[in-house]
Ligand binder design. Structure first.
Ligand SMILES: *[C@@H]1O[C@H](CO)[C@@H](O)[C@H](O)[C@H]1NC(C)=O
Ligand SMILES: *[C@@H]1O[C@H](CO)[C@@H](O)[C@H](O)[C@H]1NC(C)=O
Ligand SMILES: *[C@@H]1O[C@H](CO)[C@@H](O)[C@H](O)[C@H]1NC(C)=O
Length: 573
């Protein structure tokens, strides 16, 4: 009896613990597969998520014909035929809880051609929310990953929708709720795993003998995770700006000063005085610079003199621009935004009549600058699920187009996500990062800001976004877009005009401090070894021991590879 009670108690504790800590599942796929994967989280709160029990739990919209079919291999899925646009899928009614994140995933196919499919929620408060999008194809299954946050409890609905008239086939649907606390836990655990390593240091005296009970003082000289901000030319003239910026950030993008319209506003009158001076300032403070940008592909960002050029003249002007800016800063910038916003824009493609001009430009930049990482840089991909122009599946397609262009296989490409947010859809942000991570390229958030229109929530939303970035295993850097001007910032200010922090600036400082947290001292064991849990970065270790005349200082860079080795701190006489 006693044993049974203990067993039951353990069992229920165990189940309670299981409920509390469903791990977040980063699984995603950018392939169109002949069979869908199983539903994540066994479907979560979706009933009959793989349609193995017919349409049990699912509802059919008025005017739609739906049923369950079986593939030749026996996989069951739902298909729905609508009479007219928009086309709708089968749907479920759900109970949602307030203050809960819902992680969504599903596999979709359409009856013919391709179609942009949206996942739609009607939240408990009646609002329609787009939870994710994908380009679904016929003949194979595409994954949609996204989500939403419920801010009230009650009944919700959830379905898929496409603009044209097309049958929507659905399978392996999943909707998994996470409390805000669980969600933050995942992010923190994931950040610890991605950004920290356990490092063994071994202190040895001049004779090579391990020093037991040596004292090691640990100082982080420079964090390994690049965190930066947009820099404006005013920094050249305002010492308080220089001090504020350079004491916080390890990376910068120039807001406008490297852009073509800045360096060659008048045709054939190039002037690099300002970006040169900004680069020198950054170098003086060991701040890395992202080259922003070589070209900008949107119509409304072209100079008056570029607009009327013939295709041949435009090609020549572009060649000159590319050679000029890339040669000048090759080896001095860590990255280039090469063809900025080439999902929302297609100015060069249209004007030159060359659909693959982006791929060619990436190649040419790489030929001049062999060290820089070459970014696509786009807005709305993370910020708003409803922007069908820059959804993750289109981002992936464009990147694949650039990567597969003849000669481009070895390019150091990377995913740049501008991240100009108003109210972020946090589960959608994480899901989209999961999808883009399948490109197996570095991902950076390149221009993070949160609109002041979010009022009292601006700081909280900024924190949510920065933590999502820092906590995602595939994000390798974050640059904010708090571009300071005397008469106000681009969108978001971190300081007032005298460089005193605003609440958003205090938040950034809080995160910088948190992300630098590390043990400050340790004592070696009997074998002279100390095991340290360290956030990645450049460190100095100061070793003191009674047998030593004076403390000795060693420097070490700790990164993801550091935990494999024992690092000797050899003390010379
Ligand atoms: C978050 O993690 C902490 C410990 O790491 C744990 O005590 C707590 O229960 C977790 N909270 C949730 C909601 O999972
Ligand atoms: C850009 O301009 C071209 C015409 O020059 C037009 O065809 C295209 O639709 C415009 N693109 C956008 C996104 O406005
Ligand atoms: C690039 O596009 C042009 C048409 O503008 C075409 O002639 C050429 O074959 C394309 N190159 C590749 C490698 O796709």
């Amino acid at each position: 009896m006693g044993k049974l009670l203990i067993f039951l108690l353990c069992n229920s504790l165990f189940e309670g613990w299981m409920v509390m800590s469903v791990p977040y599942d980063h699984t995603a796929s950018i392939e169109c597969l002949s069979s869908p994967m199983n539903s994540l989280y066994k479907g979560g709160i979706i009933q009959n998520s793989e349609f193995n029990s017919g349409l049990m739990g699912w509802l059919v919209p008025v005017g739609v014909q739906a049923g369950v079919s079986s593939s030749p291999s026996g996989n069951k899925y739902a298909s729905a035929k609508s009479k007219g646009p928009p086309s709708r899928s089968v749907y479920q009614k759900l109970q949602m809880q307030t203050n809960t994140h819902y992680a969504l995933s599903a596999w979709l196919q359409v009856s013919s051609g391709t179609a942009e499919v949206k996942a739609m929620f009607q939240a408990p408060n009646g609002a329609y929310i787009i939870g994710g999008t994908t380009v679904a194809k016929s003949g194979c299954w595409s994954m949609l990953k996204g989500g939403m946050t419920a801010y009230s409890s009650g009944q919700a609905e959830f379905f898929f929708e496409a603009d044209g008239v097309v049958d929507i086939l659905v399978d392996s649907v999943s909707l998994q709720p996470f409390s805000f606390a669980e969600w933050k836990n995942h992010s923190r655990l994931s950040a610890d795993k991605a950004r920290k390593s356990t490092v063994k240091v071994l202190a040895r005296g001049p004779d090579g003998v391990p020093l037991a009970k040596a004292n090691v003082r640990i100082e982080l000289l420079r964090p390994g995770f690049p965190l930066g901000n947009a820099m404006t030319k005013e920094i050249l003239d305002i010492p308080a700006y220089e001090k504020w910026f350079t004491s916080r950030f390890t990376v910068a993008s120039f807001e406008n000063e490297m852009k073509w319209y800045y360096t060659e506003w008048k045709r054939d009158h190039e002037d690099y005085t300002v970006p040169d001076a900004m680069l020198r300032l950054a170098q003086k403070h060991n701040i890395k610079v992202r080259g922003h940008n070589v070209f900008w592909d949107t119509n409304n960002t072209q100079m008056g003199w570029v607009n009327p050029l013939s295709p041949d003249q435009l090609r020549a002007a572009m060649q000159k621009r590319l050679n000029s800016v890339v040669t000048r800063y090759a080896g001095k910038v860590i990255a280039w935004d090469v063809m900025n916003e080439n999902l929302h824009g297609e100015f060069y493609e249209t004007r030159l009549g060359t659909p693959n001009v982006s791929a060619q430009i990436y190649q040419q930049v790489a030929q001049i600058d062999r060290t820089a990482t070459l970014f696509m840089n786009e807005f709305s991909t993370l910020e708003w699920a409803g922007d069908m122009t820059s959804m993750s599946s289109k981002y992936v397609r464009k990147m694949e187009e650039i990567r597969s262009y003849p000669g481009n296989a070895g390019l150091k490409l990377a995913v740049g996500l501008e991240s100009h947010f108003s109210t972020p859809n946090i589960p959608y942000v994480r899901a989209t990062l999961d999808m883009l991570a399948q490109l197996k390229l570095p991902i950076w958030l390149t221009e993070v800001d949160v609109s002041p229109k979010t009022g009292p929530y601006q700081v909280e939303y900024l924190e949510d976004v920065l933590r999502e970035g820092y906590g995602h295993p595939n994000v390798e850097g974050i640059v904010m877009w708090a571009a300071w001007h005397k008469h106000g910032c681009y969108v978001m200010c971190l300081t007032d005009k005298d460089f005193n922090n605003l609440p958003a600036g205090n938040l950034v400082d809080k995160l910088i401090a948190e992300w630098k947290t590390h043990p400050e001292a340790a004592t070696t064991d009997a074998n002279g070894v100390a095991e340290l849990d360290l956030v990645h970065g450049d460190y100095s270790f100061t070793v003191t021991h009674p047998s030593l005349h004076s403390p000795t200082v060693h420097t070490l860079t700790v990164d993801a590879s550091s935990s494999a080795l024992e690092h000797a701190l050899d003390i010379q006489d």
